[in-house]
Design a binder for this molecule. Structure first.
Ligand code: PLP
Length: 405
């Protein structure tokens, strides 16, 4: 690898994390234990949640959240098409049906008007993409805080109340982000959900390498998720091999193996302490991009919406090729040739073979997501991105776009 190549992401791992991992390795306790318990307690406090369950991915959190609310085969779940595989695949784990809806052009987040129109159509028996003739009705909605920009939580909560839906949030990009609730009070993204699911994957805002967290105010769901994360064996199964534990256990359900290790939590405990600082650094970089890339014809820059605080997990620009004369794909390739890693978030789910074939979906079904997909390019944004690297990224991008006009 060219050492001058600017990777799309570099995790910010400090001395504290390394020291803690070494202590964990030396302690003789590598899997779920006291460090994970501490990480859960710290996270619950940080996210202003009553309960936090540490898991080995956000995908696991989403899966267990749906299990906890009792999702069954034939249930319908509303999911935005502009998201990562995990948001909808967890619905398929139950043989339930993800009902895809379009997103807003302004923030790439779920279009709640389209979601409501879809709900109304389903309730009145009209034909809707993805929905088979026989189903059990709509059980839940899984909005995504796309890129770190909170979706309209207040509107969604009203929608859920009106139609009796569970609200499971995909918070993979928002540790942390904030929004103002209906009373004008700042809330942590995830706070408005029945269950919120966070990711600590290697390129996320904070990381445990692989990892996730589910938060909720509901003790019954928290217990269920905890039990199901460790083979469905009785509460605090992880204590079996400690001094206070016992060999005896009971299987109460056929669970999964989704527990987070203490090695991961060693990273998480210290990453969480830095989460606000990391967020401020990404915000600063977003503002720098905003200034450096302002006014380039055909480029649309992301903006923080009123009454929200963006996590700036992603910095997604849009390239309108009709104006720039260069398509996003070419821009991506030319950036790569210039030694800069970019990314694309996302190919909408309905454009993937599985969803196309399974549900008869096709291009044209969700026009806004398709337009955004065609134009979007994610630039590197992470704590530790050097000023010299930032300048190289902006210069290369401007050159690429300017050279092609
Ligand atoms: C929007 C979204 N949801 C869910 C996930 C899944 O996260 P994890 O890799 O922790 O399972 C990701 C990961 O990239 C994501 O971007």
């Amino acid at each position: 690898m060219n050492k001058n190549f600017i990777n799309y992401h570099r995790p910010a791992i400090g001395r504290e994390e390394i020291k803690e991992v070494i202590s964990c390795l030396k302690s003789g306790w590598l899997t779920t234990g006291m460090r994970t318990k501490q990480f859960e307690a710290d996270f619950a406090k940080y996210a202003d949640a009553k309960f936090a369950v540490a898991l080995n991915s956000c995908t696991a959190a989403l899966h267990l959240a749906l299990e906890a609310i009792g999702l069954k085969e034939g249930d319908l779940v509303i999911v935005p098409t502009m998201t990562f595989a995990a948001t909808a695949e967890v619905v398929r784990y139950f043989n339930a049906i993800p009902v895809l809806v379009d997103v807003n052009e302004k923030d790439f987040c779920i279009n709640l008007d389209h979601a409501e129109e879809t709900i109304r159509k389903i309730k009145s028996g009209k034909k809707v993409a993805c929905v088979p003739a026989r189903h059990n009705g709509i059980k839940a909605i899984i909005p995504v805080h796309y890129g770190g920009q909170p979706y309209d939580v207040n509107k969604c909560r009203r929608l859920c109340k009106k139609h009796g839906l569970f609200l499971i949030e995909d918070c993979a990009h928002v540790c942390p982000a904030h929004y103002k609730d209906e009373k004008g009070k700042w809330q942590y993204a995830g706070k408005g959900a029945d269950i919120a699911c966070y990711s600590f994957y290697a390129n996320k805002t904070i990381t445990t390498g692989e990892g996730g967290m589910a938060t909720t105010e509901n003790e019954k769901w928290a217990d269920r998720m905890r039990i199901m994360s460790l083979h469905g064996i009785s509460k605090d199964a992880w204590k079996r091999f400690t001094k206070s534990g016992t060999w005896y256990y009971e299987i109460v359900a056929p669970g999964y193996k989704y527990n987070l290790t203490d090695i991961g939590s060693s990273l998480g405990i210290h990453q969480l302490k830095k989460a606000d600082k990391f967020m401020a650094e990404r915000k600063r970089l977003a503002e720098m991009y905003g200034k450096a890339l302002k006014g380039i014809p055909g480029i649309i820059l992301p903006k923080e919406k009123p009454d929200t605080k963006h996590s700036w997990h992603l910095y997604v620009i849009r390239i309108d090729s009709a104006i720039t004369g260069i398509h996003r794909n070419e821009a991506y390739n030319m950036m790569k040739e210039a030694g800069i890693g970019c990314s694309v978030h996302y190919i909408p789910l309905h454009m993937h073979p599985y969803y196309r074939e399974k549900y008869g979906l096709k291009n044209g079904d969700f026009p806004v997501a398709e337009k955004l997909f065609d134009q979007c390019l994610s630039l590197p944004i992470f704590p530790g991105l050097k000023k010299s690297e930032f300048d190289r990224i902006c210069t290369a991008l401007k050159k690429i776009l300017g050279a092609c006009r």
